[in-house]
Design a protein. Structure first.
Length: 126
């Protein structure tokens, strides 16, 4: 099953790179990959296989010298961290008591080994 997934990743990226080249006339210089559904225990596997398959697809389509920058982001929505404003005013509506959309936390509560951050991307309804 894992081997099929690896082949699928290589094929998908090969197709995407060919499509990009056909429409833009030049290959992309930077690839942003956002991946979901990976547990912490799978990070090493993903780096050793999926990223390598993407690099291989790049070389298949663009040649040995084609090496775009690859930014690989693992998205995790399941966590038990709760983030609160430092000063909450009781007279404010509940939605205004929450942290602002766009807040990024990249210190103190993150894994010191990983390049990790928490992003509050939207406002709450409650």
């Amino acid at each position: 099953m894992e081997e099929l997934m690896d082949d699928a990743i290589q094929q998908i990226f090969s197709d995407l790179l060919r499509y990009f080249n056909a429409n833009r006339g030049t290959p992309p210089t930077h690839l942003f990959v956002i991946r979901d559904g990976i547990s912490v225990g799978q990070y090493k596997y993903v780096m050793n296989t999926e990223v390598e398959q993407i690099k291989h697809a790049c070389q298949l389509v663009g040649g040995q010298n084609y090496r775009p920058h690859i930014t690989f982001i693992v998205l995790t929505k399941m966590h038990n961290l709760r983030i609160y404003k430092k000063n909450i005013h009781k007279q404010e509506r509940a939605a205004q008591q929450n942290i602002k959309p766009g807040t990024v936390i990249d210190k103190h509560v993150v894994n010191p080994v990983l390049s990790e951050f928490y992003l509050n991307s939207h406002s709450t309804f409650q």
